[in-house]
Write a protein that binds this ligand. Structure first.
Ligand code: SF4
Ligand code: SF4
Length: 473
């Protein structure tokens, strides 16, 4: 057993407001330079929708991630030979139009406009060419279902569902999906890079691009099934979410989780067995990847694991943070958080708690087993998004979330303890209270448990916007 450390994040979709407050500090701090205009290391999508870049989930189009070929794990886009053949033209790359052509406005025209009868107006102009452009797409173009009547049919999560039924006014549903790099355990971006510029940090599992080694081949961009590596057109190199490592190293949480208005983000330390990554990623069927992925996460409270981890050189401060990790409890202990598209086989390490939604037709006769099937968001849709179509883990998570609400309601409003509820979902009363506290009342220090390290005289304001890359590149 080779124990490794991974910093991971859980997002509670039940509480995401779609306010985009997470994306803005990230944009202002890490991608506010030339060449990065169109990059959103963190973006928030409305589901259903095809997202940013367009159709990123459709690997028939983008050929990102891994697949099994005669039982062997292979990059979907092919190995070295096919990369060598396509080195001057990578057919799987998304185009700038799939992201969007970044634009700005000439505000001077408004400020300096002479007095006239009609209000002055300004046209959007491309940040790449400076020419006036017609806006056709953007990072949150489908915000609150805008235009989803046209784009929705392209959403791959409608698999096994009749999308036309779910896009009808009476049935329509929506929720928000904030996305960032998943800092995968089996990153396709790293495996796709011919120059070895991408790497996974040993100490915390953060995936980074070495700017000195990057040759701009862009196979990482097409290899990542989540489309979370971007090409900087000014420097000619790739960039991606860095999990705010300069902050993480100082014991601070990421900007997106620090600024999250809905307080939906949890960040913590996980321990996993690195010797079993290949085994988990090559699980025989897509639906078996999630259980196999869970299987390689180790119990940080197990004295044996603690002993082996310490013997392998993992610091006490990290082990102590791992035992208090909110993400371990949400992912493995309570099975409330699920991975995003486990079928891509990258073993993503940003997890999502599925959202509850109102029941469509409320009648007294709705039994407990029918309840989940009557939610406005179809379970099949959530399962296609989070568990490769396996409904059982989604049902369990939704039942547990709803049980927490019912239990707390019975306790606080009806002044009784509804033991039936807790027993029906296999959780003790104490655990239900614990889940309730973590999901609704937790303070920042409960939601983010990271090993502490002192900041020594760092001037974060000066290094703002440099992404750790410096201006020399
Ligand atoms: S999500 Fe991040 S770590 Fe995973 S393949 Fe994409 S860029 Fe790499
Ligand atoms: S800041 Fe939080 S609540 Fe707002 S969109 Fe981002 S993740 Fe959702």
């Amino acid at each position: 057993m080779r124990i490794k450390v991974q910093y991971a994040m859980v997002l509670n979709l039940d509480k995401c407001l779609g306010c985009h407050t997470c994306s803005i500090p990230c944009k202002n701090v890490w991608t506010n330079r030339k060449g990065t205009e169109y990059m959103w290391f963190n973006n928030v999508e409305t589901k259903p929708g095809i997202g940013y870049p367009r159709s990123w989930e459709n690997q028939r189009v983008h050929r990102g991630g891994w697949h099994l070929n005669a039982g062997r794990l292979e990059l979907k886009a092919g190995g070295r030979v096919s990369k060598g053949l396509n080195i001057f033209h990578n057919p799987d790359l998304p185009t700038i139009d799939d992201y969007y052509e970044p634009w700005t406005y000439n505000y001077e025209r408004l400020v300096n406009s002479p007095q006239r009868k009609h209000q002055p107006s300004i046209q959007p102009q491309s940040q790449l060419t400076g020419e006036p452009i017609k806006l056709k797409w953007g990072p949150n173009w489908e915000d609150d279902l805008a235009g989803v009547g046209e784009t929705g049919p392209g959403d791959v999560n409608f698999k096994d569902l009749d999308y036309s039924v779910y896009l009808k006014f009476r049935n329509i549903f929506m929720f928000y999906l904030p996305r960032l790099c998943e800092h995968c355990l089996n990153p396709a971006c790293v495996a796709s890079c011919p120059s070895g510029a991408l790497y996974k940090r040993d100490e915390d599992g953060i995936v980074l691009v070495d700017q000195e080694r990057c040759r701009g081949w862009r196979y990482c961009v097409s290899g990542c099934p989540y489309k979370k590596v971007y090409f900087n057109w000014k420097t000619g190199r790739s960039e991606k979410c860095i999990f705010c490592y300069p902050r993480i190293e100082a014991g601070l949480t990421t900007l997106c989780s620090h600024s999250c208005v809905g307080r939906i983000r949890y960040v913590g330390v996980l321990l996993y067995d690195a010797d079993r990554i290949l085994e988990a990623a090559s699980a025989p069927s897509d639906q078996e990847v999630y259980p196999a992925h869970l299987g390689i996460l180790l119990d940080p409270e197990d004295p044996e694991i603690q002993k082996v981890a310490a013997a392998q050189g993992i610091a006490d401060s990290i082990l102590s943070a791992a035992t208090r990790s909110p993400v371990y409890r949400l992912i493995k202990k309570w099975k409330l958080a699920l991975p995003l598209h486990p079928e891509f086989r990258t073993l993503p390490m940003v997890w999502y708690i599925p959202p509850l939604s109102p029941v469509k037709h409320h009648t007294e006769s709705i039994q407990e087993q029918d309840f989940i099937d009557n939610l406005r968001i179809p379970v099949t849709y959530l399962a296609n998004l989070l568990t490769a179509g396996d409904q059982a883990p989604v049902r369990l998570a939704l039942k547990r979330l709803s049980a927490v609400r019912r239990f707390m309601r019975s306790q606080r409003i009806e002044n009784k303890v509804d033991r039936e509820v807790s027993e029906s979902v296999g959780l003790s009363e104490k655990t239900i209270e614990e889940i309730f506290r973590l999901l609704s009342l937790a303070r920042l220090e409960d939601r983010t448990v990271l090993p502490r390290a002192p900041v020594k005289g760092d001037n974060l304001f000066d290094s703002r916007g440099t992404c750790g890359f410096g201006d020399s590149i």
